[in-house]
Design a binder for this molecule. Structure first.
Ligand SMILES: Nc1ncnc2c1ncn2[C@@H]1O[C@H](COP(=O)(O)OP(=O)(O)OP(=O)(O)O)[C@@H](O)[C@H]1O
Ligand SMILES: [Mg+2]
Length: 285
C-alpha cells in the first residue's frame, strides 16, 4: 500500500522542553482512515502540526507523495491546500467576522472564484449542520459550534488529506454522530483521514488503521481490527478496548457467540453474533 503522507524518524522539541517527538515514523495510506490514540502529552498534536508543515522537524523528514516537505511560502501554501488540519482548539483557528467568511477563507486562498467558494461554503456548513450559523460572529458561538465551524473550514477546502485533532472533543452526542457521518462520507469519496482522539469509540466507529502513541513515539501501528482488541497493548498507551469489543471478547470466551469473524463496530453488529435464545414459551391464556 502506498503512503500518501509519511513521517520518517522525526525528532522535535519545543524550546527548553524535553523532546515531544522521538524518532517517530508513521505511514498514512491513501484513502484510509487512521486514528492516533495515546495519553495526554504523547505527541499527537505535535505530529499533526508536522504533517501539514506548521512545525518543522529538528531531524527526520515528512514526505508528501514521496516528496520531502517544501517549507517555502509557496510550498507550504500548496501543502496546506492538499493537507488540511483542524486544530485541537477551535479558538486557534477561527478569526473572521462571520462564520461564512471564516469557512470561505481556505477556498478563496486556493484561488477559487467567489461563486465556487460560496457553493463550497454552503455545502460544508450544511454537512456540519450549521447553515443557520452562517452570518454569526464566530467568537460568540459555543465551543462545540466553533469546533464545527473549524471542521467546515477544512472540509470546504476539499483536501486530499484531512487531519483532525480531537475532532469530537466538546461536541454533544448529536454533533459527534453527525461528524462521524460526515467523515464516513468524505472517506467513501476517497479522502484520506487522520484523527487524534481520546475517544476509543470514535476509533471503533471510524478507523481502518490505528496508531498508538506513547512518549513521543509510536508504540504500535496496525489495522483497527487487531489493535482495538489488544487489551495489553492498549493499556500500555493508557487505554482499554471499546466496551463493545470487551463484551464481544467476553461473549466469545463464554461461548455465547461464535469465535472469530470481523470485530463488531456497533451494537447491532454485536447482537447479531449472539446464538439465538430458545423462543420464549407462550403463556397459555
Ligand atoms: N507550545 C508548546 N510549548 C512547549 N511544550 C509544548 C507545547 N505544546 C506541547 N508541548 C509539550 O510537548 C509534548 C507533546 O504535546 P502534544 O500537545 O503534542 O501532546 P498530545 O498527545 O496532543 O496531548 P493531548 O492529548 O493532551 O492533546 C508534551 O510534553 C507537551 O507538554
Ligand atoms: Mg493534543
Amino acid at each position: 500500500m502506498t503512503a500518501i503522507l509519511s513521517a520518517q524518524n522525526l525528532h522535535f522539541a519545543y524550546p527548553g522542553e524535553i523532546p515531544a517527538l522521538r524518532d517517530l515514523s508513521l505511514n498514512i495510506t491513501a484513502g484510509r482512515k487512521l486514528a492516533i490514540l495515546g495519553p495526554n502529552g504523547a505527541g499527537k498534536s505535535t505530529l499533526l502540526l508536522h504533517l501539514n508543515g506548521s512545525l518543522r522537524p529538528h531531524q527526520g523528514v515528512v514526505l508528501l507523495a514521496d516528496q520531502p516537505g517544501d517549507y517555502t511560502r509557496r510550498g507550504l501554501s500548496q501543502w496546506r491546500s492538499r493537507v488540511a488540519l483542524v486544530l485541537q482548539d477551535a479558538d486557534d483557528q477561527i478569526f473572521a467576522a462571520t462564520v461564512a467568511e471564516d469557512v470561505s477563507f481556505g477556498p478563496l486562498n486556493q484561488g477559487l472564484s467567489e461563486a465556487e467558494t460560496r457553493e463550497r461554503v454552503q455545502i460544508a456548513l450544511a454537512a456540519l449542520g450549521i447553515s443557520d450559523l452562517a452570518g454569526r460572529p464566530p467568537h460568540m458561538l459555543s465551543g462545540g459550534q466553533k469546533k464545527r465551524v473549524a471542521i467546515a473550514g477544512a472540509v470546504a477546502m476539499q483536501p486530499e488529506i484531512l487531519l483532525l485533532d480531537e475532532p469530537t472533543a466538546g461536541l454533544d452526542r448529536e454533533g459527534a454522530e453527525q461528524l462521524i457521518a460526515v467523515l464516513r462520507e468524505l472517506g467513501q469519496r476517497g479522502m484520506t483521514l487522520v484523527f487524534s482522539t481520546h475517544d476509543i469509540d470514535l476509533a471503533l466507529a471510524l478507523a481502518d488503521d490505528v496508531t498508538l502513541f506513547q512518549g513521543g513515539t509510536v508504540l504500535a501501528q496496525g489495522g483497527a481490527e487487531v489493535l482495538l482488541c489488544d487489551a495489553d497493548l492498549l493499556s500500555r498507551a493508557g487505554l482499554r478496548p471499546p466496551v463493545l469489543v470487551e463484551l464481544w471478547l467476553d461473549a466469545m470466551a463464554r461461548g455465547l457467540c461464535p469465535v472469530g469473524g470481523d470485530m463488531p463496530r456497533d451494537t447491532t453488529a454485536l447482537l447479531d453474533r449472539f446464538v439465538p435464545a430458545a423462543p420464549a414459551a407462550r403463556v397459555a391464556r
